[in-house]
Design a binder for this molecule. Sequence first.
Ligand code: GLN
Length: 558
Amino acid sequence: MAKHIFVTGGVASSLGKGITASSLGRLLKQRGLKVVLQKLDPYINVDPGTMNPFEHGEVFVTDDGSETDLDLGHYERFVDVSLRRPSSVTTGSIYQAVIARERKGDYLGKTVQVIPHVTDEIKARIKAIATDDVDVVITEVGGTVGDIEILPFLEAIRQFRKDVGRNNVCYIHLTLIPYLGTSGEQKTKPTQHSVTELRSRGIQPDVIVTRSDKPLAPGLKEKISMLADVSEAAVVSAVDLDNIYRVPQALHEEGLDDYVLGLLQFDKDKYPLDLAVWNAMAEKSASPKRTVTIGIIGKYINLADAYLSVVEALKHGGLFYDTKVDIELISAEQITPMLAESTLAGLDGIVIPGGFGNRGIEGKIAAASYSREHGLPCLGICLGLQTMVIDVARNIAGLEGAHSREFSEESQYPVIDLMEEQRSVANMGGTMRLGAYVARLRPGTQVATIYGEEIVSERHRHRFEVNPRYKQRLEDAGLVCSGLSPDGSLVEFIELPGHPYWIGTQAHPEFKSRPDRPHPLFRELVAAALTYAAEEAKSEISDLGTEAEEFQNVRVPL
Ligand code: GLN
């Protein structure tokens, strides 16, 4: 039977529950256990698919086409598992299921209530993920204890221990230990309050993970142990680190995995930890040999989390080449053909990421043109590919005013359009191409060489496609469609011969990149950026830097 670990948070949001859960997941995996992870999110949206990335960060897409919280991205990157829909649970999805059953009459005339009907549904979702082949389920409860919205989740996980047995459940509570400059002290009071709040819901934590910017002062663990009523070995200090991939080792040094295994009655000696390969990867970031600067030409530049998986994938590529990747978020709205030169100066490569809506679209197209004309490495993702196609159509194929039907109903040349079957479906929400689709790569192309495979599978999240009616014209103009759907009807990858790296994909390769297994497209983008940087240095075109300063306000270093 699977054992369960529940991770809750207190004091403040954004403490890194997701990173903690993921890091523990990696530790347990490296001890030979089969781990799955799950997130319980308190919001009413049925899934995050409809949420604005500007508010909530990116929507992470799984192989099975679920639109999920970005924490699932952390889980996948750290534990290297491919998660599915049951790993993402929201209050909205719980209520949707309960109300559907009520309408069907499944409750046989009973009054449908939060306890037991909603809590039972939550528990059923947790149990559903604990399949026979799983040793440990790590379930992260979103939000902070004390939030009204998470009460049903807390009640469900409280009951869970009674249902499956005391030794099969471990509660980990993450809190913040703030440092007060005025008194020069780290404060435990918020932790105390947060534990009290958790207890008032009937949950006594087994482990307290403290987040702080500096190591805990001597005696503090003892104090927290006393006030939270956990053993001192169960107080785990998690200090801010420069690189999240170092967190598993740090938590191991604090004894977290040992303690949890003991608590869940695993024979620790049977499960020795082997974290050497992971650590070697994580430590590479400490001594990079080179640096490149890559710009993300985005719409949501004030919230870095909006492009979290892209940012991480770039870093993975950097780790592979012992390279520090400086990432700049650049507002597409500020880019015009005239200003492209100065806005993009100093970059060694760009990513034009996915997106929805008109804002900044011309800037993205201008960035695509600029990178094409100047040999600047460019990876276009989903909407990014679409802007590259529009650029080629307008500026090489002579299709003046070419556009995507998403942004222009009038364009004479809708080079990006809805496919027939999508057009006929009235409910737009249902028409998205979501999840894993395979593509066949054309042998000998740059994309095929980079992947080193002919059949590849990538995750999708979009409605529009390259319009097959224009495929020949685009190819006549020099564009190479280097990957197609297996039946040949949809363009999945494009490239431009002669350019060092001008590649677009209709999919979202960032979701499948792992720190220890960088995605080939990102890995080789970094390689191309290194070459570009070396050539730039050789030709000493460094005076563009001063000009770029004027545009600092549109470029946000990450
Ligand atoms: N808006 C575009 C489409 O729906 C691209 C979507 C994306 O970039 N994820 O096709």
